[in-house]
Write a protein that binds this ligand. Structure first.
Ligand code: GLN
Length: 385
């Protein structure tokens, strides 16, 4: 038999998705893979029902239905403070997963290097390797998840083609400050490097933090491929609607990659999602407040359970430290947690390039009652250990 591609030797299956399968097997509360257990906005569901009945049911324009791109350009221009042309600056993709892969394949030649902050959402490593590029990992040091400016500069001295920036950050909950972004941007300019962002948590930021789009900094729009999606903002992770926003030159390339990867995102769902993209600012304010409430409630249970954690500034994950309970292996802990406590988490080691095994990721994009039930289960930890 011929052998399968050697590319596959360099990354493993997603641990996040494996934890969801384990959670389902044991009927646990799934705080591993980050997705909500509450419904999307009703207007959006009504629009989806309408599109289901009346279409469109055939291919949309490859790089995105015109009305979807028009609504997205209007919304993102408002939040990014960058004027966007729906016909020049956008390619609509199947989730930000495809957006990131498309961005990476648009800019990277085989053998080139890509800077990735560690811990990182596991797709970035696989995206880099599938593009034929090689990752350079720069640590975000726990528990604050700060980076060392000299360490980052040394990575740029290796002449990377691109840097991946997840902001607000999964799994750490870090929100990069304006000053940090200015520093990263200045290195990208000095070393002539692209920045590929993952900004899917752009609207989930906790007071007093604020999200800055690196593409909005001076001279950065031309070298940034801004990837995001509707998944987290409108609680529709299964719709797989994402996009890349970038300069016309980069979008020309990205359209080609995207066309041959997937042809296009689901036409009826693009049609329906126009309704959501036209929501007023009050929608995003409420989303932020609701997540703030969920975060604060969940953190109060972690306190009660005696767990030490890093307070997330954005996104909907929290990293807890299991070393205080004497556990040395995060994977063994997560397997035990599913079976004995009935809560699924993701072992922190699946996010780190470094040998870090004392952290575990939990998420709180859940209904109040789910958070309460999971919190009460976590409070039992003390007695079981
Ligand atoms: N972004 C989510 C997470 O980190 C879900 C990822 C996925 O499985 N597509 O858990």
């Amino acid at each position: 038999m011929p052998t399968i591609s050697k590319r596959l030797d360099n990354f493993t299956e997603s641990v996040i998705r494996a934890m969801t399968r384990l959670s389902n097997r044991y009927g646990a509360i799934n705080l591993s893979q980050g997705f909500p257990d509450f419904d999307p906005p009703e207007e959006l569901l009504a629009a989806a029902a309408e599109a289901g009945k009346n279409g469109p049911h055939q291919y949309a324009v490859t790089w995105g239905a015109p009305n979807f791109r028009a609504a997205l350009a209007e919304k993102q221009s408002r939040f990014m403070h960058v004027p966007l042309d729906p016909d020049a600056h956008i390619v609509v993709t199947c989730g930000s997963t495809e957006a990131m892969m498309t961005a990476m394949m648009t800019v990277c030649n085989p053998g080139e290097k890509v800077i990735i902050f560690s811990p990182f959402y596991e797709n970035y490593g696989a995206d880099t390797i599938l593009s034929g590029a090689n990752p350079i990992y720069v640590p975000l040091h726990p528990p604050e998840f700060s980076f060392d400016r000299d360490e980052l500069r040394r990575a740029f001295e290796m002449r990377p083609k691109a840097l991946v920036l997840c902001n607000p950050s999964n799994p750490s909950g870090k929100v990069f400050t304006y000053e940090e972004l200015t520093f990263i941007g200045s290195l990208a300019l000095e070393y002539d490097t692209f920045v590929i962002t993952d900004e899917v948590y752009e609207h989930i930021v906790y007071t007093p933090y604020a999200h800055t789009y690196i593409a909005s900094l001076p001279d950065m729009f031309e070298r940034t491929l801004c990837c995001s999606s509707l998944s987290k903002t409108y609680s529709i992770t299964g719709w797989r609607l994402g996009y890349v926003i970038a300069s016309p030159e980069l979008i020309d390339g990205a359209r080609k990659v995207h066309d041959f990867l997937t042809v296009g995102a689901a036409a009826p769902l693009q049609e329906a999602a126009v309704v959501a993209l036209r929501f007023p600012d009050s929608y995003y304010e409420k989303l932020q407040q609701d997540y703030q409430t969920r975060r604060d409630l969940f953190l109060s249970y972690l306190e009660q359970a005696g767990l030490s954690y890093t307070t997330p500034q954005g996104a909907y994950y929290v990293m807890i430290d299991i070393s205080t309970f004497g556990w040395k292996d995060d994977t063994a802990f997560c397997e035990w947690l599913v079976k004995e406590i009935g809560v699924a988490a993701v072992p922190g080691s699946s996010f780190f390039a470094e040998p870090v095994k004392h952290l575990v990721r939990l998420h709180f994009a859940k209904k109040t009652e789910t958070i309460r039930e999971a919190g009460e289960r976590l409070c039992l930890l003390k007695n079981k250990l």
